[in-house]
Design a protein around this ligand. Sequence first.
Ligand SMILES: Nc1ncnc2c1ncn2[C@@H]1O[C@H](COP(=O)(O)OP(=O)(O)OP(=O)(O)O)[C@@H](O)[C@H]1O
Ligand SMILES: [Mg+2]
Length: 254
Amino acid sequence: MPSPAPAMIDLTDVSRRYGSVAAVDRVSLTVARGSFVALVGASGSGKSTLLRMINRLETPDTGRVTIDGEDAGARPAPEWRRRIGYVFQQHGLFPHMTVAANIAIGLRIAGRQVGDRVGELLDLVDLPRELAGRMPDALSGGQRQRVAIARALATEPPILLLDEALGALDPVTRDALAGRLGELHARLGLTTLLVTHDMAEALLTADRILVMDQGRIVADATPAELVAGQGGAVAQALMAVPRHQAERLAALAR
Ligand SMILES: Nc1ncnc2c1ncn2[C@@H]1O[C@H](COP(=O)(O)OP(=O)(O)OP(=O)(O)O)[C@@H](O)[C@H]1O
Ligand SMILES: [Mg+2]
């Protein structure tokens, strides 16, 4: 019998403190290849710190982070990050570079051919190719986030980390882009970890939801389990908002 494929991302007993604050507190977590995991929790619960340790923007005080069974310390950080596309809330595009140059930067750093890739990547995120020559400040917020996603996917990383990547967008754009992300995740066979404040977004895009509270993962459940009332008190407190909205909408429709 073939041995099971190693977990794409694995954290064992990982902690990170800032002074007296345990930002991440003894977290163990396995993210299976191809899964779409949402990480939710109150502000300050440690979500970004967790993501940053996977991408080696932070180093754990204790514990171990691996990708495909390989230890985070095994390679120089830039090489480690080549397997990871990372998008955060403030798109982080270089303001003095065109859309095309922004999208191509990872390819250039990796010494890879740019060729038609910029056009293909714009297609991938549903942006017109005409935008290639624009500067970031001549784009809408939603267009900038799409460019940031295209840039993150340019080198075809198997892992996509999104930290509040949709947080600054209007609800309609946000909904459309969340849907697109789900499609891209499936089509490109990505392993995706999405940090969001929005439980409804997590329920509708992810196949597994982790709830963080004070540096710990306090729930690990499917959307169906959370909707069925499982996952514990912290998870259910976060469920109150989408539940209340759904009830009010249903009442309006009556
Ligand atoms: N560089 C830092 N220096 C000091 N404290 C930090 C630093 N980064 C994070 N923290 C603290 O660690 C805790 C976790 O922060 P983190 O940014 O991971 O939370 P978060 O869940 O992403 O919050 P948010 O939803 O507001 O983005 C917080 O108490 C925060 O103040
Ligand atoms: Mg954060």
